[in-house]
Structures are given as C-alpha cells and as structure tokens.
Design a protein around this ligand. Structure first.
Ligand code: HEM
Length: 136
C-alpha cells in the first residue's frame, strides 16, 4: 500500500501539470465570458475597428474567443475555431488596428477590476500573436 502511494506521489510529481493559474485569475469560464463580453462591447463600438466586425455574428465570435482565451490560459476548454493566421489573414489588419483592439482589451480588463498582474499576464501571452494577426 505504502509503495503504491509512494509511486503515485512520484508520478504526480513527474507529470507536467498544466499551469492554469492565469485561467483561474481570470475567474474561470464565467470570468472569461464576462471579459469577452466586455471586450466585444468595446470592439463593436470602436470606430477605429468596428467596420471589420460589421458582418461578424457576435454570439459566434464570443463563443470562439471565449474558447480561445480559456484554452490559451490553461483552462479545460477545446478551441474549435481556426488558427490565428487563417482567421485574420484576409482582413488586412493594420498595426494601429491591432493596438486599438489591445486598448479595448485593457479597458475591458480595467472595467472588470482585474488585478494589474493578471492584465499584464494576458498582454504578455497574447501580444506575441500580433505577428500572426496583422497584415505585414
Ligand atoms: C491577440 C489578439 C486577438 C485574438 C486572440 C483574436 C482571436 C480571434 C478568434 C478566436 C476568432 C474566431 C476564429 C474563427 O472564426 O474561427 C477571431 C475572429 C476575428 N477577429 Fe480576432 N483576435 C485578435 C485580434 C484581432 C484584431 C486586432 C482584429 C481587428 C482589429 C480582429 C478581428 C477579427 C475578426 C473581424 C474576426 C471574425 C473573422 C470572421 O468571422 O471571418 N482580431 N479572432
């Protein structure tokens, strides 16, 4: 019995446990749904970028961005959408438009009172996707 317990402990220590701390800091699925909603409120109202979203079904987008945030931050979600390159390559997104989107994200995180550390972790995780999203 003791040996089995020791073996299980060793296995648990050896297995790489996925880091879901950012997912939890966002408030898990419910917190992410709130964040995506606050983000899309701003994006759809942002004259710098909202033309790009004119024909995009908001509930569909909210579901996919929610899955993506959840999956990327270590949460227990499968992302069923397209890759960032495939999704955005035809949209000719300019660097300035990417920056506007990020400003809307920061504004949404502020509105939800997410701690600065959590906000910074989000930016650190998603900022590198810029290269896949903007039109070079
Ligand atoms: C790190 C930043 C971003 C992330 C993580 C992200 C994520 C996503 C995801 C998950 C989807 C759904 C994918 C699918 O339809 O299969 C999507 C769609 C879309 N994104 Fe982004 N996005 C980002 C930045 C931007 C920016 C900067 C813009 C424009 C200013 C933008 C415009 C759009 C549009 C218009 C769609 C809908 C495309 C369509 O339905 O054909 N995204 N994005």
């Amino acid at each position: 019995m003791r040996t089995i317990f020791a073996m299980l402990l060793a296995l648990a220590a050896a297995a790489p446990s996925p880091d879901d701390s950012l997912y939890r800091a966002l408030g898990e699925k419910q917190g992410i749904a709130r964040l995506v909603d606050a983000l899309l409120d701003r994006v759809y109202a942002d004259p710098r970028i909202n033309d790009l979203f004119k024909h995009v079904d908001r509930p569909d987008l909210a579901r996919l961005v929610g899955e993506h945030f959840c999956h990327e931050t270590g949460g227990p979600c499968e992302y069923t959408g397209r890759s960032m390159t495939d999704t955005h390559s035809g949209l000719a997104i300019k660097a300035k438009e990417f920056d506007a989107f990020v400003e809307d994200l920061v504004d949404a995180m502020e509105a939800l009172d997410l701690p600065t550390r959590t906000q910074n972790r989000m930016l650190k995780h998603f900022a590198p996707m810029r290269a896949e999203i903007i039109d070079q």
